[in-house]
Design a protein around this ligand. Structure first.
Ligand SMILES: *Cc1c(COP(=O)(O)O)cnc(C)c1O
Length: 390
């Protein structure tokens, strides 16, 4: 039997007002999607993200789906998505009846490569007389650009938004794990996307158990997103003006979310401290591993921490390292397998993927719960160093 205490990748810290607020929901009977915590949660998310308003929804995926429909993505369209992302980004596109156009990432940030974006829009699309951007090879309309703030590090939004804006393409940011991140001092919801979407799934830095939020500055657009996520209902009767969705967050989820958001700053500080400690602990092994990206002008939310094995490693060696850590109770995991390698998206339009193909299998994520005790992190470091140098 293995008597070593297991160190999980991430566990939520629910030791604040979560239980008290949940009890308030039960006592008041406001457990569903109408309730004071939903409104409070929306104000807190808007404030934390630097956006004018927020719409709370039942998951990040639902939020992305509703945001895409809000900006007019429909059946047959293409939406530009980085291939290195969690599959939910592309699934939200598919739920619209559209297809992702998978673009490679920038090795310096692991985010959508803005130069490649400009290149494919210049060389592989044409502007139609009606203003639509058409993908030459498929004849499909390009309807939006969806950068992802990978690991909670803001994508190069200045370049991406400029590129999209010059063609009148809306930008929907998948900011799932990025609440708390800033770029040149600006919070992540204020970087130029029409709408940004957060996830509050159980493994994110701030959780509602499950949940999401759409934020933006254009209030009529947020009102449309709200309308779509509440069955497109007009007033309090049974009048609906289109096919809507039941995507609202419940007061129970929002109660947990409010308690979590009260501690957003300490949570993000804890994530950054864990990341800094790992970076420092493996710095002398630069011939074997390199740190996750850290551009100078961005303060990431550091959702996950870990390291990247050097190219000299082979997939078996990376797998051996992960299983070696698992064997001593340390929950080391692989990272997202790029979407062009997944059965549902093998046939979708895509750029060559030298960066994502070379990167994803070398990433090792390490335990990084906000409440990770220092001695546990020390154990992770010692075990990883032993395996890396042994
Ligand atoms: C977590 C995550 C999502 C999905 O959010 P859910 O709330 O689980 O639906 C989408 N995109 C990225 C990049 C994520 O990390």
């Amino acid at each position: 039997m293995n008597t070593l205490k297991k160190i999980p990748l991430a566990v939520p810290d629910l030791t604040g007002n979560e239980a008290r607020y949940l009890q308030e929901c039960i006592t008041s009977t406001f457990v569903s999607s109408v309730g004071p915590f939903v409104e409070r949660f929306e104000s807190m998310v808007a404030a934390a993200s630097g956006a004018k308003g927020a719409v709370a929804v039942s998951s990040g995926t639902c939020g992305l789906h509703a945001a895409l429909i809000t900006v007019g993505v429909g059946p047959g369209d293409l939406v530009i998505v980085p291939s290195l992302t969690f599959i939910a980004s592309a699934n939200a596109v598919s739920h619209c009846g559209a297809m992702p156009w998978l673009v490679d990432v920038d090795p310096a940030t692991w985010n959508l490569d803005p130069d490649l974006l400009e290149h494919i829009l210049s060389h592989e699309t044409r502007l139609q007389a009606d203003g639509n951007v058409i993908h030459c090879a498929s004849g499909r309309r390009v309807a939006a650009v969806m950068p992802v703030h990978t690991l909670g590090l803001a994508a190069d939004m200045e370049a991406i938004v400029a590129c999209a804006r010059s063609r009148n393409l809306p930008v929907i940011a998948d900011a799932a794990a990025a609440l708390g991140a800033t770029h040149r001092g600006q919070p992540v919801g204020a970087l130029g996307a029409a709408l940004s979407v957060f996830s509050f799934n159980g493994n994110k830095t701030v959780t509602c158990g499950g949940g999401g939020a759409i934020v933006g500055d254009h209030l009529p657009q947020l009102a449309l997103a709200r309308h779509l996520t509440t069955t497109a209902r007009l007033g309090s009767g049974y009048d609906h003006d289109r096919v809507g969705f039941n995507y609202r967050m419940t007061n129970l989820q929002a109660a947990v979310g409010c308690a979590q958001l009260e501690r957003l700053d300490p949570f993000v500080q804890a994530k950054r401290a864990i990341r800094a400690r790992y970076d420092q602990a493996f710095a002398d092994l630069a011939d074997r591993v390199s740190p996750f990206p850290a551009p100078v002008d961005s303060a990431g939310a550091c959702w996950f921490s870990g390291f990247v094995m050097r190219r000299a490693a082979d997939p078996e060696a990376v797998e051996r390292l992960r299983t070696g850590l698992q064997a001593v109770g340390i929950d080391a995991r692989p990272f997202w397998k790029p979407l062009h390698r997944q059965p549902p998206y093998r046939q979708t339009p895509q750029t060559p993927q030298p960066v994502s193909d070379d990167l994803w299998w070398r990433v090792v994520t390490l335990p990084c719960a906000t409440g990770l005790p220092e001695e546990d992190q020390h154990r992770v470091i010692l075990a990883a160093r032993r395996l890396l140098t042994g």
